[in-house]
Design a protein around this ligand. Structure first.
Ligand SMILES: NC(=O)C1=CN([C@@H]2O[C@H](COP(=O)(O)OP(=O)(O)OC[C@H]3O[C@@H](n4cnc5c(N)ncnc54)[C@H](OP(=O)(O)O)[C@@H]3O)[C@@H](O)[C@H]2O)C=CC1
Ligand SMILES: CC(=O)C(=O)O
Ligand SMILES: [Mg+2]
Length: 753
């Protein structure tokens, strides 16, 4: 693997999995368990009621338990990615990973189960007995040929969808990619010449789907470790021999002579540049082995710049990976209570994916790629996994196909409404944060870490650099490089350190601050002391002088102190008022809350300005803003004091034609419930629950954000400072290294383009 593509160290991967609660999953209760009454309902005696109901009518299990949204990811570890047979236990990180991807991308609850046997029959019996627990079974990383028998028998024995992801998930995604690669290169599926390397679970299923979609059997040559699978071989099992062809070619090299397409579902490095050289013009190369592909795109491009390339990885264009499929396929199947996932549903998913890639890409996805890589073409043949449209497009296509083919036990009555529900089901901020990270990566900025001697700041700077999000510039003393080395950095000298005692830039910083402050009572000597001794003054001056694009500070002193220091040097943005906004990420919704940092009692003009800037920030984060001015009263009920400024802000916005929704004053429970708005305040102009809460004062805003953070039920990001001329983010003193990375990414995102 090329060094350039390693974005993290092995230690980081272990820390990611090991720090805090080990692993990647936890289970949370979806009902309150606070009182004696809750317990009586949740457990004995209340639980007896649904038990009897289900015994009388098994279908009720979908109404009274989590079954209908629960998928088991099950493996025996015999083909873990492309790492081989490493056993059931070693497969657990991958299975936990698939389970969290189910949740993250499609709100499907999922749990991993590792079954410790290589005996197919024992495996089948173990899984078949689990049927009552789950709405679906996702088999994963089970080697061929056992996987074929296992899936077949489980499908027959279970009345819920059983889907071997490595077979069908991969087949669906690669088919979508192939359709589009053929379109771009002007090829017809009916005449395309394909070489499939690998003859296992994924390869056989991809080949079968490809043939079902029109690729001719005699145009496909499959290879295993021994070379071409031809009719003359006597060592083939029934699955391989189904794809044996009459040919005198014997090796992968022979097979690739003049081939249009290479599908790699084998092992790292199996495809050599000299083999690629012999392929037809504009060859299509899907090197899908994980984690390391059959050939690195740069190596293939070196010999064939005209090639269309895809891998299973996220760090190259065209990620052909089953993550694009399984979450959404199960979403659609579960929503119609499908009894199986049939070929029509698979083909519908493949077509939906292929069509989606050909559509114009929404702004937020394009922005995440610096606006240049995401239009249909050789570098974009398949949607990116974090494309928010996937949920709606793929799940609804699968659900429709299930209904059409009669496997849907609970058909959807109103498809438009269903699509709307799918959109709402996505946690927008989770998606948005991914976009913010990708945007930073595609448009890397210089971010100055003013507290470059603190170990959590250094850890954040390392993660920021190694993640490819930008260039950290550290303010600190001589030993910062030693500290970096102690934290495991091999080449600390690659990190730029600005020392405020001896940097050649100190003079410029002093000149700059002195020019601003000489009429505010400061002597030059005092400014020299400020610059030498205080990293916030020095750092902010470096930012103002263009030595960095954004700055992050805050972990060593109270927020207000950092803010005051920064504002001595950085001006307010033209016509703006500086303020703080927090992103509150709930389980089912995300909201912005402002001003959590600056104005103690904002007046009407300030509230209106905060609303405007917050709405613009919401759009930057991919949210369509619906602003509510928050109070303890809702439209005058109960009557009370201190609401004039909120009402004044609404009037100011009424007078100045703004392009976002706003309303108020209203209490948070009304603001966050569209149902309550419609029922009790039908005149409210919001068209959904508010997602930007403009708070009446610093007390309520700051306390709410801190309470939410401390109670831990929600994830709270920020405050993110807006309204300064240059982007400065001030972290809370309690910020962890990972909080700092998020803020640094947002600092880069809010820096001038
Ligand atoms: N991008 C994606 O979404 C996905 C990628 N994959 C990748 O596909 C690969 C195979 O996975 P899977 O089908 O589940 O595993 P299996 O164990 O079922 O199959 C592995 C197959 O690869 C063949 N193989 C191994 N090394 C070579 C080689 N050097 N040359 C030719 N063939 C070789 C084996 O040949 P033989 O039969 O002779 O032993 C076998 O047929 C893995 O790398 C996996 O990561 C899998 C699923 C999804
Ligand atoms: C992506 C996947 O499922 C695999 O490589 O096995
Ligand atoms: Mg797999």
């Amino acid at each position: 693997m090329s060094e350039a593509n390693v974005k993290f160290s092995e230690q980081e991967a272990l820390d990611f999995h090991g720090l805090g609660r080990p692993g990647k999953l936890e289970i949370v209760a979806s009902k309150p368990m606070a009182t004696q009454r809750d317990l009586s309902l949740a457990y004995s005696p209340g639980v007896a009621v649904p038990v009897r109901a289900i015994a009388a009518n098994p279908g009720c299990a979908y109404d009274y338990t989590a079954k209908g949204n629960l998928v088991a990811v099950i493996s025996n570890g015999t083909a873990i990615l492309g790492l081989g047979n490493l056993g059931a236990l070693a497969s657990k990180p991958v299975m936990e990973g698939k389970a969290v991807l189910f949740k993250r991308f499609a709100d499907v609850d999922s749990i991993d189960i590792e079954v410790d046997t290589e005996d197919a029959q024992k495996f089948i019996d173990a899984v078949a007995l689990l049927g009552p627990s789950f709405g679906g079974i996702n088999l994963e990383d089970i080697a061929a040929p056992a996987c074929f028998q296992i899936e077949q028998e489980l499908k027959e024995r279970m009345n819920i969808p059983v889907f071997h992801d490595d077979q069908h998930g991969t087949a669906i995604i690669s088919a979508a990619g192939l359709i589009n690669a053929c379109l771009i290169t002007g090829r017809e599926l009916g005449s395309v010449k394909v070489v499939v390397n690998g003859a296992g679970a994924a390869a056989i299923a991809c080949t079968e789907l490809m043939k079902a979609m029109g690729v001719r059997g005699d145009n496909v040559i499959m290879c295993d470790r021994k070379g071409v699978i031809h009719k003359g071989r006597d060592d083939l099992d029934q699955w391989k021999s189904a794809h044996a062809v009459e040919t005198d070619r014997r090796s992968l090299t022979d097979a690739l002579e003049g081939a249009d397409v290479f599908l790699g579902l084998s092992a790292a490095g199996a495809l050599k540049p000299e083999m690629v050289e012999k392929m037809a013009p504009q060859p299509i190369i899907f090197a899908m082995a994980n984690p390391d592909p059959e050939i690195l795109p740069e190596d293939a491009k070196a010999v064939r710049p005209d090639a269309i390339l895809a891998t299973g990885r996220s760090d190259y264009p065209n990620q052909v990976n089953n993550v694009l499929g399984f979450p959404f396929i199960f979403r659609g199947a579960l929503d119609v209570r499908a009894t199986s996932i049939n070929d029509e549903m698979k083909i519908a998913a493949a077509n939906a994916l292929a069509e989606l890639a050909r559509e114009a890409v929404p702004e937020e996805v394009a922005a995440a790629y610096g606006g240049h890589t995401h239009s249909f073409g050789p570098e974009y043949i398949i949607p990116a996994p974090f494309d928010p449209r996937l949920m709606e497009v793929v799940a609804s296509a699968v659900a429709e196909a299930a209904m059409r083919t009669g496997v849907a036990q609970k058909p959807i009555e109103n498809m438009d409404k269903y699509r709307q529900q799918l959109r709402a089901r996505l946690n927008p901020t989770a998606a948005v944060m991914t976009l913010a990270y990708e945007a930073a990566r595609s448009n890397p900025k210089r971010v100055l870490f003013a507290e470059g001697e603190e170990s959590n700041v250094l850890r954040a700077a390392i993660a920021f650099k190694e993640g490819g999000y930008g260039t950290p510039v550290l303010v600190g003393r001589e030993d910062v490089h030693d500290q970096l080395r102690a934290l495991g950095v091999d080449k600390p000298e690659e990190y730029e350190v600005l020392n405020s005692r001896n940097s050649p830039l100190v003079g410029r910083a002093v000149d700059f601050i002195y020019a601003r402050q000489q009429r505010q009572g400061l002597l030059r000597r005092a400014v020299e002391r400020m610059v030498n001794q205080d990293r916030n003054y020095f750092g902010a001056a470096m930012l103002a002088l263009g030595e960095a694009d954004a700055m992050i500070t805050g972990t060593t002193r109270p927020f207000s102190q950092s803010l005051n220091q920064v504002r001595t040097i950085i001006d307010d943005a033209e016509g703006a008022t500086p303020f703080g906004v927090n992103i509150i990420v709930g389980r089912h919704q995300a909201v912005l809350m402002a001003d959590t940092a600056v104005h103690e009692r904002p007046n009407a003009e300030q509230l209106a300005a905060i609303a405007r800037s917050s709405a613009a920030f919401a759009r930057m984060m991919g949210l369509e803003p619906r602003v509510a001015f928050i109070s303890y009263t809702t439209f005058g009920n109960p009557p009370g004091m201190h609401v004039e400024d909120l009402r004044g802000a609404v009037k100011i916005l009424d007078r100045s034609s703004v392009d976002f929704e706003y309303e108020g004053e209203m209490a948070p429970d009304v603001a966050l419930s569209f149902e309550a708005q419609r029922k009790f305040y039908p005149f409210s102009r919001l068209t959904g629950p508010a997602n930007v809460l403009v708070m009446p004062g610093l007390q309520s805003a700051n306390l709410s954000a801190k309470l939410l953070r401390a109670l831990g039920g929600e994830s709270v990001i920020g405050p993110i400072m807006l309204g300064l001329k240059q982007s400065v983010q001030i972290a809370p003193m309690t910020a962890s290294a990972s909080d700092l990375v998020t803020l640094a990414v947002l600092a880069a995102g809010t820096a001038a383009a």
